[in-house]
Design a protein around this ligand. Structure first.
Ligand code: ADE
Length: 251
């Protein structure tokens, strides 16, 4: 069972996330556990202070080390094997590969969500195992980032998704985007569902999906072909597509 513990100044945000959808089902099925810890509960002064002015001056506030340290140690006491992850735009970029890695490697993860201008550097150096960013943009806090990461890891844990859904065919799992999907009705706004999908011919459907996946990757994310080169079957499919396109050019 994998545990996700989120240290935050906005526990309600995180609690709502754990109470909905596939994540809450995963918790009900006892495949994962999820909880928030309010960093403010670990502040010891009368005003429950969690931030202070930066040494050296400058704008904004910095999260004080003492309440954060106490919160991390409290979380670690419950889950001593858990890895401590700091959400920060300075971290290594999160990816599907990272989601797979984190989904099997740990008893659990303890997320530190910063607010304001960041957290005292001594927390990062003494208590943080890994710094992760979800992209090159800056948010007002790490909460949304932690939920993005938990969501993408949790769905990889066996049993969290419904029995028919498999993360194996996800976009990015093999550096290819997922094929086009259709459901009823057979015709919508004059657009029919590709006939092969109604044929019941599993090999033909597999080939069609492979081709759809490659075409979408080619059109939307050609950079993925540089990461994971085309194999022989893929080359054949794209060659055939290019020959089909040539016919239009010559006409
Ligand atoms: N906190 C603020 N911005 C962030 C980002 N891009 N990734 C992770 N944590 C953040």
């Amino acid at each position: 069972m994998m545990d996700f513990t989120v240290l935050t100044l906005f526990p309600e945000l995180i609690d709502a996330f754990f109470e909905h959808g596939m994540i809450s089902r995963g918790i009900e099925k006892k495949l994962i556990t999820g909880s928030s810890i309010n960093i403010r509960d670990f502040s010891t002064d009368r005003h429950k202070t969690v931030d202070d002015r930066p040494y050296g001056g400058g704008s904004g506030m910095v999260m004080k080390p003492e309440p954060l340290q106490a919160a991390v140690l409290y979380a670690k006491k419950k889950m001593p094997e858990s890895k401590v992850v700091l959400m920060t735009p300075q971290g290594t970029r999160f990816s599907q590969a990272k989601a797979w890695e984190l989904s099997c490697a740990n008893e659990g993860l303890i997320f530190i969500c910063g607010r304001y201008e960041g957290i005292d550097e001594r927390i990062t150096s003494c208590l943080v195992d890994e710094e992760i960013s979800i992209g090159d943009y800056v948010m007002t806090g790490g909460e949304l980032a932690s939920m993005v990461i938990i969501d993408s890891i949790a769905r990889l844990i066996p049993g969290v998704l419904g029995s028919c859904e498999s993360p194996k065919s996800d976009s990015f799992s093999d550096d290819r985007l997922e094929y086009a999907q259709y459901t009823r009705p057979e015709e919508f706004e004059g657009l029919p569902v590709p006939e092969v999908l109604l044929s019941g011919n599993h090999e033909k459907i597999r080939q069609w999906r492979k081709r759809s996946s490659l075409q979408r990757t080619f059109l939307k994310r050609p950079d993925l072909f540089r990461k994971n080169k085309l194999n022989l079957e893929e080359k054949k499919i794209l060659m055939q597509w290019s020959q089909e396109l040539e016919v239009f050019v010559k006409e």
